[in-house]
Design a protein around this ligand. Structure first.
Ligand SMILES: Cc1cc2nc3c(=O)[nH]c(=O)nc-3n(C[C@H](O)[C@H](O)[C@H](O)COP(=O)(O)OP(=O)(O)OC[C@H]3O[C@@H](n4cnc5c(N)ncnc54)[C@H](O)[C@@H]3O)c2cc1C
Length: 374
């Protein structure tokens, strides 16, 4: 049976960042992706925001990897000419309850070591964004936007040049520990099954990472690895010039999502979203009827927005470990040696800020892999 050192399952931003950081000519690395190309699922259905890391509990992986990942991403974008822009972000408060929440966010961010966050008042909000009306806002200058496909392409091309073997249109069906190796069984495009051996498995299967963990024999219910699909839709502002918004403008987050926000993109467009709804099945349709709900949410701070200004855009699905009504749940990035599966590395629940965190998560995994492959 064919043998490789490392198998990465999934070529979204996490699998690509991992392959990029692990790639060198000495290791044999194979990436298995069931789609015909990389980054076709959640990694290309998001806001493309580089988050500053202001919302997450200080000791959480979300906080640590977001703050570290942000620095790494900006650096890499600058070095390789990947389009990006530090637009800055306003978290706006429009009522008493929201102002108290801004305080909580500020205190949390300061506790996390984020220094460049300031309160601004009504007048200064108008100076930055004349169309936005709010009582007060937090201004985060380090938040920005970037070309996520550009960065994924950089990871892909660079890893490929260093002999990482990418196999597309092939789906992982089974993972079984046999002695010192794992046997990976895949379905090829003609549905034939093929098996090979690998020392290390890195599960970066996004919305299906729980399925891969289960295939390896992990009880996903007992370990709280069951993924819940949480859909986020976007609407696009038809005539962005009318509003000329230059910053990201967010309401305070809810316990489950960041709230429907305004995101400028690198082509001069403006999007609203994502909203959030738990769904049973994956589909990326955008419901025209939700227009009024989007309008109500955003009119609170962009009063001139009208119903005819917005049209349905895209949607993405968050791979959430958190169920409705539950408290914060962190990313899972773990070597499953304590479950008797040394060298089987799970990444599960990599929702936002997963894009921002991708390189920092990859660094953690690079350290985990060192014990198995020199
Ligand atoms: C609406 C929305 C907005 C977001 N906005 C932001 C943002 O602005 N900033 C930010 O930092 N983060 C954001 N995120 C989060 C970010 O997009 C994700 O954290 C990130 O893309 C997850 O990447 P991934 O590689 O884990 O998953 P994916 O991109 O889903 O990649 C997983 C890959 O695994 C493959 N795969 C699955 N099963 C198998 C199998 N059996 N065999 C082979 N291949 C398989 C899939 O085909 C897929 O390509 C957002 C997410 C959503 C949904």
């Amino acid at each position: 049976m064919e043998k490789v050192d490392i198998t990465v399952i999934g070529a979204g931003v996490i699998g690509l960042a991992v392959s990029y950081l692990l790639s060198d000519h000495k290791k044999e690395i194979t990436v298995i992706e069931r789609n015909p190309s990389f980054g076709q699922e959640t990694s290309s259905r998001n806001s493309e925001v580089i988050h500053a890391g202001i919302y997450y509990p200080k000791t959480s992986l979300k906080c640590k990897t977001c703050i570290r990942g942000k620095e790494l991403l900006y650096e890499l974008c600058s070095k390789h000419g990947i389009p990006h822009k530090k637009t800055g972000k306003l978290v706006v408060g429009t009522g008493n309850g929201e102002l108290a929440r801004l305080n909580d966010i500020y205190n949390n961010a300061i506790g996390c070591g984020i220094k460049k966050l300031t309160f601004i008042d009504k007048k200064d909000i108008k100076k930055l964004e004349p169309g936005v009306t709010a009582e007060a806002a937090l201004f985060s200058p380090d938040t920005g936007i970037f070309d996520s496909h550009g960065i994924m392409n950089l990871f892909f091309q660079s890893a490929r040049r260093k002999n990482v073997n990418f196999t597309f249109s092939v789906e992982v069906k089974g993972v079984e520990k046999k002695g010192l190796y794992y046997v990976i069984t895949v379905a090829e495009p003609n549905r034939d099954l093929f098996s090979f051996q690998t020392k290390v498995v890195i599960n970066c299967a996004g919305l299906f990472s729980d399925f891969i963990a289960e295939r390896a024999g992990i009880d996903i219910y007992r370990n709280s690895y069951k993924i819940n699909y949480c859909k986020g839709q976007y609407f696009r502002i038809r005539n962005p010039g009318k509003f000329s918004i230059n910053h990201l403008v967010y309401p305070p987050p809810t316990p489950i999502d960041l709230g429907i926000h305004i995101t400028p993109d690198l082509r001069g467009g403006l999007r609203l979203g994502p909203d959030m709804a738990y769904v049973e099945h994956i589909n990326y349709d955008v419901c025209e009827k939700d227009k009024t709900r989007f309008l109500d949410a955003v009119q609170k701070f962009l009063p001139n927005l009208g119903l005819n200004d917005i049209i349905p855009d895209t949607a993405g699905i968050r791979p959430k470990l958190q169920k409705a009504g539950e408290d914060f749940v962190d990313f899972v990035v773990i070597d499953e040696k304590e479950k008797g599966l040394p060298g089987f590395i799970n990444t599960i629940g990599i929702e936002s800020p997963g894009l921002t965190s991708s390189l920092a998560i990859a660094e953690i995994i690079r350290d985990m892999v060192k014990g198995y492959v020199k």
